[in-house]
Unconditional design. Structure first.
Length: 725
């Protein structure tokens, strides 16, 4: 990143002079383009205004023409109405004369009759361009003439015989029919003229709207173009002024850049190889004064190869300083014109210390590689996302039995050798803990099918910015260690088994000694009595023998049950059993066999109470729990056996009022031979609850206990009701 930045900076220095001229030419081209655009915009606005003016003149002419047509239509309507009005005036005058006999109506009548013909001709002239109207006039003309003749005939008949009303009524009726016919034709003419009038009004309004739209759009577009031209010219003037100021500042800045650059810079003549200009960094770095530097030629500071290599100066070179010190420099050269002469601008970066650091790094990497290649553990390095292996040593081939090249090609190929049972956990662990230190153990299957145990330790690596960007790990073959651990575990297990056997035989000998002693003593007493004892004393000794035999039988049964369960040979044969009846019979048997001094109550909350259970194992479960409840409860106390069903589970609860179980004893409650600290002298083997636990687990059920010291205990057993399998 730093090398790239330095190279970019040096290249920018060398190109600044050309870039400066490039931007100047680009600005000139941009101004020329903007000037042409301004001229085009101005003349475009002028053309638009001319077009708008021409369009406005045309639309105004059309508007006036349509206005004349509207006025003409109004005139036609007026003339048609005048014809009808004149005819009505003549009719009214006739009626007035016939009704009143006054001669004053005759003058109105005569005037109306004389003007009807003139008004009708005016209508014909006005509608001369309409064939439809002319046709209607042809229809109405004889009707008007007939109507006028009827009016004249009525006047003449009235003058001859004013008393003849019948003929007047007949003429009046005939005149009304004629008038209606004339009115219908005139109404059609008026309707058509009204349609023509509406059409012309609509055309006039449309023409007016078009003219307004053309004016608004045209003037708006013209003013927009003119404003754009104005804005562009104003911006061009402002930009040119700013550019001239920036140009002056940039020129000064670029000239200063040469002097202020931290790397040595100089310009030399391509023909004479003389130095034409040097910056302050070159003077300070090489130890020459400015005058001394400018008196030298390029070959004076180049060590080794001389002028024939100068055309190929770019790259890594050796230079000689004023004190004869030889340094490594990275040279970048760029041709240019300097004061009218072909020259080369050179930037020389001293990389002597950088080369030393790289050499030291190379030596360090070589040492690291030697160490990594000679250790017996697999050393690997990858990117953070485990998508690429950056390095793995040769121990990988020895332990995994696969080539390092296969791992470089596919970072996940190492999983192909991981044992199928461990593969998913290994991958999940590595992906979930990419940014954490982890330590995992797993197995691999080598190509020869041998299984090796691997201990993989890996941790994240941070860069200089404190960001995690890699993972490094060491994979160690711990097969031999695992074998030693397995042998140790086997020996430890054997030791535990020996201790368990010792405890068993010690307990068994102790527990069996008591009933055997009782049997032996009772038998000797019976033998020595010689039949002298009464029936009661004899029965008492026989009862002792029977109880001791039952105790021995129960002890042996528990031992056999545990032994079979540990060996996986304890049979499980479920059958459909009525649990209510079973519990009642069991309680009766327990009370008889143990000579119970407590009250045992059975509560069934399950109607029917049938389930698939192993009767023998269930008997062992309930017998042990009831025996413990009776054994550790005082005389006269109550013991409850409750049966109920919840879902698919049969639930048995045995509650007593005994001594209770200490909290520290509960974690060992189901261990073989374990007895509570508070049992005192109460006899027992420590096998009962261990047997109960095994029998419950064979049913696929579970057991829990709630207890309070001095108050009593509650054991709850859940067993599935349905047949398994």
């Amino acid at each position: 990143m730093k090398l790239h930045h330095a190279y970019t900076s040096r290249l920018r220095v060398l190109n600044d002079w050309e870039i400066f001229g490039f931007w100047e030419n680009l600005a000139v081209m941009k101004w020329a383009f903007e000037l042409k655009f301004s001229a085009a915009g101005f003349w475009g606005a002028v053309l638009i205004l001319c077009g708008v003016s021409g369009g406005g003149y045309w639309t105004t002419t059309q508007l006036f023409e349509r206005q004349k047509q509207v006025e003409y239509s109004y005139e036609v309507l007026q003339k048609v109405k005048e014809v009808l009005t004149t005819l009505r005036d003549a009719e009214r005058a006739r009626r007035g004369y016939v009704i009143t006999g006054k001669d004053s109506y005759l003058s109105t009548y005569e005037t109306s009759v004389e003007t009807i013909k003139d008004k009708f001709d005016e209508v014909r002239i006005l509608t001369a361009n309409s064939r439809t109207q002319q046709h209607r006039l042809d229809l109405i003309e004889p009707l008007i003439a007939l109507r006028v003749d009827l009016i004249k005939q009525s006047i003449a008949l009235y003058k001859k015989n004013p008393e003849d009303r019948a003929i007047q009524i007949e003429l009046t009726d005939l005149g009304i029919r004629q008038h209606d016919a004339i009115w219908r034709v005139i109404a059609e003419m008026e309707g058509e003229e009204q349609l023509i009038l509406q059409k012309r009004i609509a055309e006039s309004q449309e023409t007016f709207r078009y003219k307004m739209l053309l004016d608004v759009v045209g003037h708006g577009l013209s003013f927009s173009l003119l404003f754009a031209v104005y804005s562009l010219l104003h911006q061009q003037i402002q930009k040119r002024r700013q550019f001239e100021e920036t140009l002056s500042e940039s020129e000064q800045r670029y000239r200063s850049l040469f002097e202020l650059n931290p790397h040595p810079l100089w310009v030399y003549d391509q023909e004479t190889l003389e130095f034409l200009a040097v910056n302050e960094a070159a003077i300070q770095h090489y130890g020459y004064s400015r005058a001394e530097f400018l008196s030298l030629r390029l070959c004076d500071i180049v060590a080794g190869d001389k002028p024939y290599l100068f055309p190929f100066m770019q790259g890594i070179r050796k230079h000689i300083k004023q004190d004869e010190t030889v340094i490594d420099v990275e040279v970048i050269a760029h041709d240019l014109m300097f004061k009218g002469r072909p020259a080369t601008l050179v930037l020389a970066r001293d990389i002597t210390e950088e080369n030393k650091a790289q050499e030291a790094l190379r030596v360090s990497e070589e040492k690291f590689r030697q160490i990594a290649e000679n250790i017996h553990e697999v050393f690997w390095m990858s990117d953070l996302k485990l998508t690429k292996i950056l390095y793995v040593n040769s121990a990988y081939e020895q332990i995994w039995g696969r080539s390092c090249e296969s791992l470089y090609k596919n970072v996940l190929s190492f999983l192909d050798v991981v044992h199928p049972e461990d593969r998913e956990s290994v991958m999940t662990n590595m992906l979930k803990n990419r940014e954490k230190s982890i330590e995992i153990e797993y197995r691999i299957v080598r190509p020869d099918n041998s299984i090796r145990w691997i201990l993989d330790r890996s941790f994240p690596i941070k860069n200089s910015a404190g960001e995690i960007y890699r993972r490094v790990g060491v994979s160690q073959d711990i097969t031999e260690r695992k074998r030693v651990e397995e042998v140790g575990l086997y020996l430890e297990k054997e030791r535990e088994m020996s201790e368990l056997k010792l405890r068993f035989f010690s307990m068994a000998s102790h527990e069996l000694r008591t009933p055997l002693s009782t049997i032996l003593l009772s038998a000797q007493s019976l033998k020595s009595s010689g039949g002298r004892w009464g029936e009661e004393k004899t029965f008492k000794n026989l009862n002792r023998i029977e109880m001791s035999a039952k105790t021995m039988t129960q002890l042996l049964t528990d031992i056999l049950t545990l032994t079979r369960a540990e060996a996986g040979k304890l049979d499980f044969h479920p059958e459909l059993l009525n649990l209510t009846e079973f519990c009642l019979v069991l309680i009766e048997q327990v009370e008889v066999s143990l000579l119970v001094n407590q009250r045992v109550f059975f509560v069934s909350e399950w109607c029917g109470g049938e389930a698939w259970v192993d009767e023998k194992l269930l008997r062992s479960i309930l017998t042990n729990l009831l025996s413990n409840a009776i054994k550790y409860s005082g005389e006269g106390s109550s013991i409850y056996l409750t049966l109920r069903r919840e879902g698919e589970m049969a639930i048995f609860q045995i509650r007593d009022q005994g001594i209770g179980i200490l909290l520290e004893d509960r974690q060992f409650l189901y261990d073989s031979f374990h007895r509570g600290e508070n049992v005192g002298d109460i006899p027992g083997t420590g096998l009962g609850l261990a047997v109960v636990k095994k029998c419950v687990e064979l049913h696929g059920g579970r057991i829990s206990v709630e207890s309070e010291v001095g108050v009593g205990s509650l054991f709850t057993v859940w067993l599935p009701c349905r047949r398994c399998g």
